[in-house]
Ligand binder design. Sequence first.
Ligand code: FES
Ligand code: FES
Length: 141
Amino acid sequence: VIQSRAYHAKVLDHYSNPRNVGSMPKNDLNVGTGLVGAPACGDVMKLQIRVDPSSNTISDVKFKTFGCGSAIASSSYLTELVRGMSLDDAGRIKNTEIAKELCLPPVKLHCSMLAEDAIKSAIRDYRSKRSGTTLGEGAKA
Ligand code: FES
Ligand code: FES
């Protein structure tokens, strides 16, 4: 009972000093936006990535999380993790890696799941935008 309130120091650090909070222009073709919710609690996370199209790597990342401390910490940690990563690698991140790094207790696993869902959704959004462009350019040519 007391333990469920005892957040780990890394969670507190990311919670009280979250990295990369903010947002980017949603319509920018190099920006992918993921917006996901946790059915268990109703918390919401928005995560945006800026992609360098020449290398398919993530050059910048921002988030806004309306959720519990563990969700905020998970998204903050995720932003540090994915900066500079290829889209393929970022898409393979598992929430269990995040939960392990932050020492989240089992009851807080779904909070880290939000971060995994958010990065996957941001990558999907970016890819669907780019495939749209390719078609558009093809049509013009
Ligand atoms: Fe403190 Fe993991 S709970 S080190
Ligand atoms: Fe729902 Fe943490 S309690 S995201």
